[in-house]
Design a protein. Sequence first.
Lengths: 441, 85
Amino acid sequence: MRPHPEAIIRILNPADYFTLAIDEEIRKEGMPGSVCGFALELKGRPDSNQLGDRIDDFCRNFPVSRGKLQKIGRRYFWCKRQQPEKVFFLHECSDRQDVIDEFHSTILRVINRMEPRETVHPIEFHLFPGTAKSILLVRWIHPFCDAVGVELVLKYLAADPPPVENECNKPQVSLVNQKISRFTLWRKFGLILKTKNWIEQIDQFQSILPAGQSSPPQRLNFKVFRLDLAQSRKITETSRQQVGLTGTSLYYIGCLMRAIDRMKTRSTGEAYCVPYAFNLRKQKALTPVTGNHVGALFAQAPVETVQDRARLFKHLTSQYRRTIRDELDYAFLPLMWAAQWMSLERVGKTLRQSYRNGKERSSFWFSDAGQSDLAGRDLCGAPVRGVFHLAQVTTPPGLALLTCVFENRLTLSYNFVEPLYDLDWILGLHQQVLPELLGER
Amino acid sequence: MMNPTSIQQKLRNFILHELIFVADPESFGDHNDLLLAGLDSMAIMRLIIFIENEFGVTLPDSEIEPDNVRSLFALEHWIAGHQEK
């Protein structure tokens, strides 16, 4: 049944639709879809009543947060629900020392919960309160917003006094649409052609997968490592020496490629290929909060290059420089725009499968949230002491590394799909990643 | 050679319109810290490519250091140094 036109809040933007295609891919594998998590580790216990009020206030100002996804004709829209539903959940807890381990199984239940696309909440807030430490986990589905958007939501909740009429309440324009509107029709076609050529170039190599992929995916698991200040400082210094000031994310990617190669569990293939997103928001911008505002890039390195550390970083840096110089970073945007009129299956296939052999293009997923702005803030009486990220991932590859820096300490969140990978494998992988990051190899 | 004021104006426009958000751009000084204001590794790469295209200079990778990109003033001097070569 078609909804009443007044029920429509807004149409998905091109980047939202792109993430919806990934949602479809993950759902096809029997997993919950493009569900992500942004966890705040808090000192002490926040005032849950005050937090509930702030969340209500946020939902009133951003009605999409209480909406639902609906397909109307061939397009997807955010529509109003008949009745607003609860989006703030308080969980039982005890008071053990390590708050992430303590809440690990509950966080897994939240992040792995299956729900139909048409009824799933765009965003939910789960508080795990303890006397000494608490966690606020924001669970969201990707078409609603990207990770930078969730950080803005958290800043909104942590603002003191609560925001009334500020930047956050401005209209949520699509930065992808804004960028594309500056391109002439011919430039759009030119960029689509450029993307096609670029992808064909990438697909000359068969991508390596980190481990065997024979078992069907069952659930997402994760392991978080927060490195100490001395280690984090050493990594920054080594990264500056190897890739300069412009390649921090590439340094992490390169180190993970080398670590996987050392695990000796990889599939046959010729190169490691890693998709990563870049955000179109200006740094420190307070808006747009909702919606996705990202473009996509690939970092790729042949296995012989990966095995030579100096050569690898030189290769990744020059590949990246060429990408920016040739505007390949923007080349995906017109394709994203055109993809809105394609089926989710078709977009998913274009994103994931090699043109050459139809096999998976991504060796693993990577995202670097950079320096968190939430350091030094406090959420309803509880100071923020750390952050980490979670993301459901397609299988293959079934593996994602999500990094961020909080108070100058690097946090690595390994997200892995069981039973393709287990905790022992991830611990082994981290043992390989750490000396790579520290430049000890 | 382009005069320094024109370089700085073009840099200011690009950085504040495309790369970082500053609530009051008028009050953003030439010596304000761009790295603290949010200029990250990807933004620096975009800035370098912009500078190379706009001012016709080649900036060596070895010189892409915090001191050269820390402020509009530092950037302007870095570019001017290469224009003279």
